[in-house]
Design a protein around this ligand. Structure first.
Ligand SMILES: [Zn+2]
Ligand SMILES: [Zn+2]
Length: 726
């Protein structure tokens, strides 16, 4: 399990294990610290001194004793305990052969052509499991060196824990051998970056200070766990030639507000608290432009989201913050009392799909909240929040954090209520109509770009329903794969409008309406800087029977507007759509469209996706003017699959796209949809839309000019009472 949760941390940010592995990666397990109260952090804050008692870093002797006791009392704890011992026993095999050089960036370990992860057949033979290309030499061989370093880090942790739990000297002896091997080799490792140069971002064991720091957390922990068995001269070598120089390598590269620096802080704090080095601790916690406290103030948005806007990076950064806070807590420094720290656990609980997976916003992968269990074990132990208990798999608490930090027991009746919500920091409004697994979920993304990991996808929508993700964000690939940039980071890969065939500028939109009441939920947002001289204005209404999407674009001169909608499954177009051979364009993602077909439409048109257990029926309303409709497919997730999409193209000094999306397991209710024109109401002009279902005609009036201040929506369901928002 050590190796397992670590693999997931790596997967979250630094390394993409298997692009497209949708359900929970074998997880970070969750842990918690000690019944709802933080028993370990009582007492006045004090800096640890050099003579402190070990272990002290992430588990005290009392916590180790409690873990031993738990393993006797509970099956789940015994399984974690046995797993640690089994891994440590394996680590005793063979000889210690630490690499004589540092490793390379694991993002290189994907087929450049297919974007899938390579398979290591030999240290110099790396095979694409999809196209069977064979790669060899730099950087692939060097990535395998990184794998070896990671393996030694895992072994160190397993051995350290096994020694602490059992007291058997053989585990400590082996860990000491590995430490001494690194003490000998580390000074000779060359600083190297991901390009093979010696940039400030480069590390020694790894090609990035980020990765150097991530591993250092566990290395320092292992040292803390076996500290009492190491002789003074050996300590001096390990500390002087391996641990302290690792901190020096990381400290060369201050990164300010970032997940990188959060890991730097975690690595430096781990060594600092372990060695009782006040300067290191101070740097990791208090540096005014880099430290933990600065990250909390600079990187946590108002809704508890990490500023990069990608769920993967949220948890990647949160892992670093948890290790920093937990180490500090054991020295009486209560970083976890900052309310923003707790908010980081709360924010994601609003964003999840009904199946508790996350959409792949920005540079993120699909992954499961369940995979973040070990962090919620830590949080539940600190804060006792019942929602956190609901995230923890109560029968299967397979994490070191659960064993060492977690609550003695988790209430069986904990539940997580999912509601419609506007996440105003992340800039995502989420409409939900049911908290059950079959509920619909629609996200409108209007918020900040998301820094270096943001995608140009303002006003995109994501849709979940029928128990599955329907209209996705395609997410990301390993960063070295060209397709990551040429498709996944293009506006065309998202469910929004592309203007003149070009991707949007990085920008932030603005929410102008968010409304939720029974049976009528709506959100509206505008973006005025995605394209110069263009206002994008999107309103989405969720009614019990369908979703109405009204997307307006306005410009002063004629532009080409492509309304784009991707949906999983097999698409069927009702009408003639002959194949087109020439690509629509050679750039901005259009070059990746396949199976291209084209139709000319004057009025209503329809596309239907067959998905598992049902249909997604898209009805594009009559009255929006002539258009070209393109049907195509494009790279999916994983990139060896294809995902169908439709593009509706209109040209002019503006365009309006009115669509009705109906999710159905059987039958259908929506018969037709029409834009009935622009109708005035006191103080405003608006679009009048009619949707005819088996029950009659529903009518909508949507104020036309959100930028001018009116955002009202009037909804009159067939045979029902008029309702307005706001
Ligand atoms: Zn390949
Ligand atoms: Zn994206």
């Amino acid at each position: 399990m050590t190796a397992r949760w670590w693999a997931v941390i790596l997967a979250a940010g630094a390394w993409l294990l298997a692009p497209g592995d949708v359900r929970g990666r074998p997880g970070l397990s969750a842990g918690r610290v000690s019944g709802a109260a933080a028993a370990v952090s009582e007492g006045p804050a004090r800096m640890p001194d050099e003579n402190r008692r070990h272990p002290c870093l992430y588990a005290t002797s009392e916590e180790i004793a409690r873990a031993r006791d738990r393993a006797r009392k509970y099956d789940w704890a015994k399984a974690v305990y046995d797993g640690i011992i089994a891994s440590a026993d394996q680590a005793l095999n063979g000889t210690v052969a630490v690499p004589s050089k540092g490793g390379q960036w694991t993002h290189y370990y994907s087929c450049p052509k297919h974007g899938v992860r390579l398979r290591t057949e030999a240290p110099t033979r790396h095979v694409c499991p999809y196209g069977w290309e064979v790669y060899s030499g730099w950087p692939y061989d060097d990535v395998v060196v990184s794998f070896t370093h990671h393996r030694y880090t895992s072994q160190l942790q397993d051995l350290g824990l096994a020694y602490a739990l059992t007291g058997a000297p053989r585990y400590a002896q082996r860990a000491r051998d590995i430490f001494l091997a690194y003490a000998e080799k580390y000074p000779r490792y060359r600083i190297h970056d991901v390009k093979g140069g010696d940039a400030r971002s480069g590390g020694k064991r790894f090609a990035q200070t980020l990765d150097e720091a991530v591993d250092l957390v566990r290395v320092a922990w292992a040292y803390d766990l076996i500290f009492n068995t190491v002789s003074s001269p050996e300590r001096e070598r390990i500390e002087k030639d391996f641990l302290r120089p690792s901190v020096e390598v990381i400290s060369r590269n201050p990164m300010g507000k970032s997940n990188w620096q959060s890991w730097h802080n975690a690595g430096i704090a781990a060594v600092g608290f372990c060695l009782g080095d006040e300067a290191m601790i101070h740097a990791a916690l208090d540096d005014s432009e880099n430290g933990f406290r600065y990250q909390m103030q600079a990187s946590v948005l108002s809704d508890g989201s990490w500023y990069e806007g990608a769920p993967s990076y949220h948890f990647y950064a949160l892992s670093a913050l948890v290790y920093t806070a937990e180490a500090a807590a054991r020295s009486g420094i209560k970083l976890h009392e900052d309310p923003r720290y707790k908010a980081l656990f709360d924010g994601p609980l609003s964003l999840v799909y009904p199946d508790l997976t996350f959409p792949a916003l920005n540079d993120a992968d699909r992954f499961s909240l369940g995979g973040q269990e070990r962090l919620y074990e830590a949080a539940y132990a600190r804060f006792g929040d019942g929602r956190y208990a609901a995230v923890i798999d109560r029968g299967n608490r397979q994490s070191i954090e659960a064993l060492l930090w977690g609550a003695e027991s988790i209430p069986a009746d904990a539940t997580l209520r999912l509601e419609s919500v506007n996440l105003d920091g992340l800039g995502c409004a989420i409409l939900r109509d049911d908290t059950g697994p079959d509920g619909r979920y629609l996200l409108l993304d209007y918020g900040p770009h998301g820094g270096g990991h943001g995608h140009p996808e303002k006003l995109q929508i994501l849709l979940y329903g029928l128990g599955q993700e329907l209209a996705p964000d395609a997410g990301r690939l390993a960063y070295s794969v060209p397709l990551h940039r040429t498709w996944y980071r293009q506006t065309l890969a998202h469910n929004t409008i592309v203007v003149d065939g070009k991707s949007q500028a990085p920008t932030e939109g603005k929410l102008v309406l968010f409304h939720r009441d029974a049976g009528f939920r709506a959100v509206r947002a505008v973006a005025t800087e995605a394209y110069e001289g263009v206002t994008l204005d999107r309103t989405v209404v969720m009614t019990p029977g369908y979703i109405l999407d009204v997307y307006r674009a306005r410009s002063e001169r004629p532009r080409t507007y492509d309304w784009v909608y991707h949906n999983a499954g097999r698409v069927r177009y009702d009408g003639e759509a002959p194949a087109v051979s020439a690509p629509l364009s050679q750039e901005n993602g259009y070059q990746h469209l396949g199976e291209l077909r084209r139709a000319e439409v004057a009025g209503m048109w329809r596309a239907v996706w067959e998905v598992e257990g049902g249909q997604v029926r898209l009805t594009a309303a009559d009255g929006c003017g002539a258009a070209e409709v393109f049907l195509a497919d494009a790279p999916g997730q994983p990139p060896t699959t294809r995902m169908p999409l439709v593009i509706c193209r209109r040209k002019g000094e503006g365009a309006v796209f009115v669509s009705v999306i109906e999710l159905t397991r059987q039958g259908r209710r929506v018969q037709s949809a029409a834009l009935k024109g622009w109708v005035g109401r006191p103080g405003a002009k608006g679009l009048s839309v009619e949707v005819v279902t088996g029950d009659g005609a529903d009518t909508f009036w949507i104020a036309d000019d959100a930028a001018a201040g009116s955002t009202q929506i009037v909804y009159v369901p067939a045979g029902g009472k008029k309702r307005t928002a706001p």
